[in-house]
Ligand binder design. Sequence first.
Ligand code: UDP
Ligand code: MG
Length: 319
Amino acid sequence: MKEEKKTLSIVVPCYNEEEALPIFYGEATKIFKTLEEDYELILVNDGSKDKTLEIIENLAKEDKHITYLSFSRNFGKEAAMYAGICNAKGDYVGFMDADMQDPPSLLPKMLEKLKNEDFDSVATRRITRTGESKVRSWFARKFYKIINKISDADIVDGARDFRLMKRPMVDSIISMSEYNRFSKGIFGWVGFKTYWFPFENVERVAGSTKWSFFGLCKYAIDGIINFSNVPLDIASFLGMFMTVVSFFALVFIIIRKAIFGDPVDGWASTMCVIIFIGGIQLFCLGIMGQYIGKTYMEAKKRPHFIVNESNKKDIIKIK
Ligand code: UDP
Ligand code: MG
């Protein structure tokens, strides 16, 4: 008996990609056509302000493989990925960026690996960072080191979101419905056997990156807070440490006063201590605030995304 044809779903989040998307579509479709699987291309328009939606609509008119979802505003790449994966029907599901930084030419090899070997997921990591500033690369490396040390989300340095997964892994990712999503961490957290496919960094074909340096820093902090309680431990430790130190300082001052009757002098040193402790307190409050803020957002249970337009009927519009 002939095995039934499997389907591959590729999810592509698009935000202001009017220049890159047509190039991506052309290249990716060439590759899709060489595969033995059926395929669906899920384009998620994340509230683009340029002609991205128009381009997607025109492509979808011509190509039945395209499913598109268009958000009511910009919800961010994580939300777009979640909307895509929730609506993916394939036996294999993958993520790709629209800017050709995830080369479609790698797809056939990745799919072969996934089908023929005992892996649940084939992911990619870039082994070079050409075209990226030195400072940004340095911070990125440090981030991977730290997050791997302090969390159970196992993230490989240079890991991209570009990966293919089998159904069980896809379903487990869908089941993680947290509001503060950090996919790189979620992929690691759910476990499963992943094969890492190394490739040389490719620069985006057109348009510009949506990430500012500040945005990346925030993303890194979010990642750490989403997957680790170590910052809270640091706050507790600092508190305990300061208590012990100040206790001994107190004993020292009392004894000095009792024996020498020496009034404590030095306004400057007192101020330094007050400011120092005040600083640590604010720092620890800040850490706690980060967690409380996240808890607040989770508690509200707001939807991750709102789709206001699509070419298909049976899709999840709000989740
Ligand atoms: N993206 C998105 N919503 C956003 C920002 C980005 O859907 O708010 C998409 C973007 O269109 C692209 C992918 O996420 O397909 C990666 O974005 P970008 O190339 O700017 O990130 P980088 O590759 O520089 O990390
Ligand atoms: Mg990019």
